[in-house]
Design a protein around this ligand. Structure first.
Ligand code: ZN
Length: 198
């Protein structure tokens, strides 16, 4: 099974916008709370996540949010400034931002540089993976919905300092999975029929 991960591909539609500044009318509600991008093919991150959420629920697994899905630029900036410093401290987790190298402070969790986070595109959700069964369930089922980790726990036997077990993202929103496409077609048909009935 392993730890399924896939690098984020920013959809063309989103790359025309600014990370952390997605208009409210392109965001929709996630079943675990918070919001995410609902544009693009097959309802974006919202539809695929909520489908996955329902599947987990049917199997007695609760996908519980530990922070927001979509994160505004200002909030990402505040998080970043809380977690990183420009004074070297020996940390291997660094970021380039604002023409400087930033070092992760001791005891803090990594976060992306302002303007680059998958959360800023509305394509990620952090989940409580401390709840028994949740992480294994996600590793087994999330890819069915197009959701992945950002990276593996280790590279060539070396610990990956940026591995975040809680961070799940819709890595390639332009290529919805078969399961998502099928459910979306059903949903579109349902809405059309409901509208025809008035
Ligand atoms: Zn995250």
């Amino acid at each position: 099974m392993g730890h399924p991960y896939k690098k984020l591909v920013v959809p063309a539609e989103l790359s025309k916008l600014t990370n952390g500044k997605i208009p409210a009318d392109q965001l929709g509600k996630l079943s675990c709370g918070g919001t995410a991008w609902k544009g693009g093919a097959c309802g974006g991150a919202v539809f695929s996540f909520n489908l996955m959420y329902d599947h987990a629920k049917r199997e007695g697994i609760e996908l519980k949010a530990v922070s927001e899905g979509f994160r505004s630029y200002d909030r990402q900036l505040a998080l970043f400034l809380d977690r990183y410093q420009t004074t070297p401290n020996g940390s291997q987790v660094t970021r380039k931002w604002n023409n400087a190298t930033w070092y992760l402070k001791a005891g803090k969790s990594p976060s992306a540089s302002p303007g680059t986070s998958p959360h800023g595109w509305g394509l990620a959700q952090d989940l409580n993976v401390q709840i028994p069964g949740v992480y294994d369930w996600l590793c087994k089922n999330a890819p069915t919905y197009g959701w992945y980790l950002q990276g593996p726990p280790s590279y060539f036997g070396k610990k990956n300092p940026e591995y975040e077990a809680w961070h799940w993202q819709l890595s390639d929103a332009e290529k919805p999975t078969k399961v998502v496409r099928k459910a979306w077609r059903k949903w579109v048909k349902f809405v059309a029929e409901a509208n025809a009935l008035g």
